[in-house]
Design a protein around this ligand. Sequence first.
Ligand code: GLY
Ligand code: MN
Ligand code: MN
Length: 455
Amino acid sequence: MKRRSSIYHFLIAILLAASVAPMLRAWEREPLSVFAERRAKLIAAVNAPVVLFGYTGHEEANPSYVFMQEENFYYLTGHNEEGAALLLVPESALQKGWSGPREILYLPPRDLAEEKWNGPRIGPDDPGIQGRTGFARVETFAKLHDELAALAKNYPEIYTELPGPHDDGFPHAANWSKWVKDAAPQATLKDVSSAVGTLRAIKTPGELALIQKAIDPSIDAHLEAMKMVRPGLYEYQVGARMVDIHSYAGCETEAYAPIVGTGINSTVLHYNKLDRRIEDGDVVLMDVGGQYSGYASDITRTIPANGKFTARQREIYEIVLGAQNAALEALRPGMTLGGPASTSLQKIAMDYIDSHGKDKDGHPLGRYYIHGLSHHVGLNVHDPSGPARPLEPGMVITIEPGIYIPDEKLGVRIEDDVLITATGYKLLTARLPRSPDEIEKIMADGKAAREKQRP
Ligand code: GLY
Ligand code: MN
Ligand code: MN
């Protein structure tokens, strides 16, 4: 009887959990073993001590800031709380007096007063902390300084994140590399970012699943935008609806500031004011994508404000679509995003645009294609990787040609996300139509549904 009742309670609990689950917005994390594999690969590649720092939670003063982990740190640890650090010790240290685990997660001690405000955190002395973090050794942050100093006596080089050329406004790497220099003054600091970036470029199945979970609601948002756009709406109203759809589906934030540009604003690449009224005869460019459990999507569609492309809008649209299709046709392992090589996808798109259509003065249109064709997508919408690195299976990139003619108040970009496979690619955004006819049909259906609803 007792046994039956506990089974009964267990089943009820499962049913309750199942019915509650869709209401929760749970951060999905890959298995801890995946993060451990990444750390093993990194330390084998670098073969010197690596020290990395998570964000402190004080990176921004903006009151609406919500903590999100530093990407490389998250990629290697899966740890999504403030004030942590990671030390990786090379295997050679075992001959130099190092004993015990060669991966250590350093956590700040728990602050119960702070937890009253911000909720529970995990701490180095929590029971079972090793199992919860996937680290055989978890220490209090205060220990890192002396352990690093001792390690540095045997190693002339230490790898950490060094500030990049564009990091002026982001003091994370500058501050922490200075901290490392203070702890190990005789060591030469080397930048670990490119070694982590090399790993990050090849996605695990778990990462692919999360990217798809960012893409799916973003496609839904674009479809909804196609149905709602009409003259008289404001750009921000379209953006708001799209963000709402992402958020409702479980995205924690946008992958980047939404771009909804009508008329002349369609020619501004990273336009983010969203304060203009949509006018009859405009095109509306929407580059909007959600972020799910840390992973980005990146999708652009360009549509006619009144539901019908003009002849000129359609001509330019079809040239951009032709360039995208030309790049997709050539897409396979071994191709490169850019660079001078004959494998350059950028060159394929540029050649297509430059050999189709003209501006009002009879010039080829290549001069209006003013950005790169592609970038990697992952924990960052612009994931690290150079344009010359040959593509490999498991990489996720965008294909996003565009033509922007300010004189004609006409900007068109079409942006899709693709996975490189062994033989070619898989279009991850395939559910979102690209052809002008299909777009016009969706807009017409949206208009008809609106009219039906009208009293
Ligand atoms: N949404 C930014 C980009 O397309 O690169
Ligand atoms: Mn992009
Ligand atoms: Mn984009």
